[in-house]
Design a protein around this ligand. Structure first.
Ligand SMILES: *Cc1c(COP(=O)(O)O)cnc(C)c1O
Length: 372
């Protein structure tokens, strides 16, 4: 058996020629336009069509897309945005960077996504938005979070950075909020050979604001006329061409990931009494970007997998409100027990689409052997 790293080094091997020819074409093209050109517009249109969104705004990263979303809503000093306590840091930094306050809510103990009840109890008259994020393989409970947002008249920003291509109750990830965000970071579902992200929205005013803000507050017509203080948050033409090339194969790669997950979940179900919790089975609201278990004896399992040449990964070992950077925003009397447990117990195993069936079986066997 070959070594099975957690992050495969050959994700884009089959697309090497397409990338080289995109570089060559753009590099030798008459227009010499390397950002926000025709290919970016074409990719935006393709994503708009495939998700049914009114508008898609490509930008520099998933983090950048969250920042554009928060700023497009006009959120700033004095405002609060409720974010998950167990997540990657951009959910909190995108809020704090506007001068607003990220308010940390605990997560569900099994699925590790924002808990609607915890969210509800943190809403104040300063709350301007909820920002749930889908993590690993599960979408947040968007139905309930959407209802809470509507009931309190606050905006909903859906961080679907890891969930592109997922569908919950017939509605695609990224389409549940006032704004939805995807990331093209290398290892994400629709990752690329560099950085990128996108903001989706149906609201033409929010789309207009996001477009302006991504390019220094300009309107795309009058150069050097700045309507707002924006950012350099633009998207690269070579990567737009590369993503257009990779888009038709995306559903098949997602399906392969989902099949591997189906198999793992079936194999790990009997380990429940040994302290191994697999994600809930099924396809509704699932995005198998990562396959993450909650386990007892995590360090020993990790060592055992390493011994068998199988890579694994621990996500977010420290909850956001426990991070030094976010200490000023962590409620002193706050408690996030489910986030703490998720940090202490999650372990992700390889799920990349070009794993062979035999390799997937070997990984499952090895985990089962450890707990036998
Ligand atoms: C990766 C990720 C982001 C940020 O995306 P980048 O493109 O890496 O900036 C935001 N939120 C979540 C949940 C992510 O996993």
């Amino acid at each position: 058996m070959r070594t099975l790293p957690f992050f495969p080094p050959d994700l884009f091997e089959e697309d090497r020629e397409a990338l080289l020819s995109a570089v060559h074409e753009l590099g030798t093209g008459a227009a010499q336009r390397f950002i926000l050109g025709e290919r970016t517009a074409e990719l935006e249109e393709a994503l708009r069509e495939s998700t049914g969104a009114g508008h898609a705004v490509a930008c520099a990263s998933g983090t950048g897309a969250l920042e554009l979303s928060v700023r497009a809503l006009g959120i700033g000093p004095g405002d609060e945005v409720i974010v998950p306590a167990f997540c990657c840091q951009p959910v909190a930094s995108s809020v704090a960077n506007t001068g607003a306050t990220p308010v940390f809510a605990d997560v569900d103990p099994w699925t590790m996504v924002l808990d609607p009840d915890a969210t509800k109890s943190l809403i104040t008259e300063r709350t301007k938005a909820l920002m749930p994020a889908h993590v690993f393989s599960i979408m947040a409970d968007m139905e309930r979070l959407g209802a809470i947002a509507r009931e309190h008249g606050v905006a909903l920003i859906e961080d679907a950075a890891v969930a592109q291509g997922a569908v919950l109750d017939g509605r695609p990830a990224g389409r549940w909020g006032d704004l939805g965000v995807f990331s093209f970071f290398q290892v994400k579902a629709f990752g690329t050979a560099g950085e990128g992200g996108v903001v989706l929205t149906d609201d033409p005013e929010l789309a207009r604001a996001a477009r302006m803000l991504r390019n220094h507050g300009q309107d795309g017509v009058h150069r050097f006329l700045h309507h707002r203080i924006g950012q350099n948050n633009r998207f690269d033409e070579v990567l737009a061409a590369f993503q257009l090339h990779r888009l038709p194969g995306f559903p098949d790669r997602l399906e392969r990931r989902a099949r591997i997950a189906d198999y793992y979940t079936e194999r790990f179900e009997p380990l429940r009494e040994r302290g191994v919790l697999a994600p809930p089975a099924g396809r509704n609201g699932r995005c198998y970007y990562v396959y993450s278990l909650l386990v007892d004896r995590r360090e020993d399992l990790r060592a055992y997998l390493t011994e068998h040449q199988i890579g694994s990964h621990i996500y977010y070992p420290v909850p956001l409100p426990r991070q030094p950077a976010f200490a000023p925003w962590a409620a002193p009397d706050g408690a996030w027990p489910n986030a703490e447990r998720a940090s202490a117990r999650n372990l992700a195993i390889p799920i990349w689409p070009h794993l062979t069936d035999a390799e997937v079986e070997f990984i499952a066997d090895t985990v089962c052997e450890f707990y036998a």
